[in-house]
Design a protein around this ligand. Structure first.
Ligand SMILES: [Fe+2]
Ligand SMILES: [Fe+2]
Length: 197
């Protein structure tokens, strides 16, 4: 059996490793995504709901974090990947959703058209667009809807991170709903118990 001291040392090492990786990701996001992070659009993104319980901004940051983490893993496997293109692509991929209700007449139209709109937003706010970024953004919906498949490893990274984050958003949303149902049922049970008394 491990001693408490040994366990705490291991836990500390894991925590420090995680914190170092988080700082490294934050550093890459600030370094390559500063135009986006300073923009009015990213501020607005935190005001708009997305995937039921999240916001476009929160989802965007999650996709960017996961994308960069995948890049580190790929580099460990000696697979070349452009982190600047991944950062800008991930941070801009859904900015075309902003003002969704005024821009699009249906959820289907929003799903089909927002990647092109996101490219337009990226062109406006990013001064020096890394090579391949526009394709990453335009094809990020793959394999959903009618999107073309990514044409680069960076595009695959952002598409996968996007789906992973979307699924997490939706599952967490259903967990929240379930908790609500449980609380409601608990309340109803209590009312019935009070009546019986
Ligand atoms: Fe999207
Ligand atoms: Fe997304």
């Amino acid at each position: 059996m491990r001693t408490p001291y040994y366990e705490s040392t291991i836990h500390r090492q894991i925590r420090e490793k995680r914190e170092n990786r988080k700082d490294r990701i934050k550093g890459d996001l600030m370094r390559y995504g500063s135009d986006v992070l300073k923009s009015e659009e990213i501020k607005q993104a935190f005001e708009q709901t997305h995937h039921q319980w999240s916001t476009v901004g929160e989802h965007t940051v999650r996709v960017a974090f996961s994308s960069v983490m995948i890049c580190y893993a790929l580099r460990k496997l000696n697979i070349k990947v452009s982190i600047p293109a991944v950062v800008v692509g991930a941070l801009c991929h859904d900015l075309g959703i902003l003002g969704r209700s005024e821009k699009f007449s249906s959820a289907k139209e929003c799903s089909r058209e927002h990647p092109k709109e996101s490219v337009e937003v990226a062109r406006e706010i990013v001064s020096d667009m890394p090579e391949g970024t526009e394709d990453i953004i335009e094809r990020h919906m793959w394999p959903a809807g009618e999107s073309e498949a990514p044409n680069s490893i960076e595009g695959v990274v952002v598409s996968v991170a996007d789906k992973y984050s979307a699924v997490k958003d939706i599952v967490k949303g259903s967990e929240v709903k379930n908790t609500g149902v449980k609380n409601y049922l608990r309340g109803e049970k209590q009312k019935i118990a009070d009546k019986i008394k």
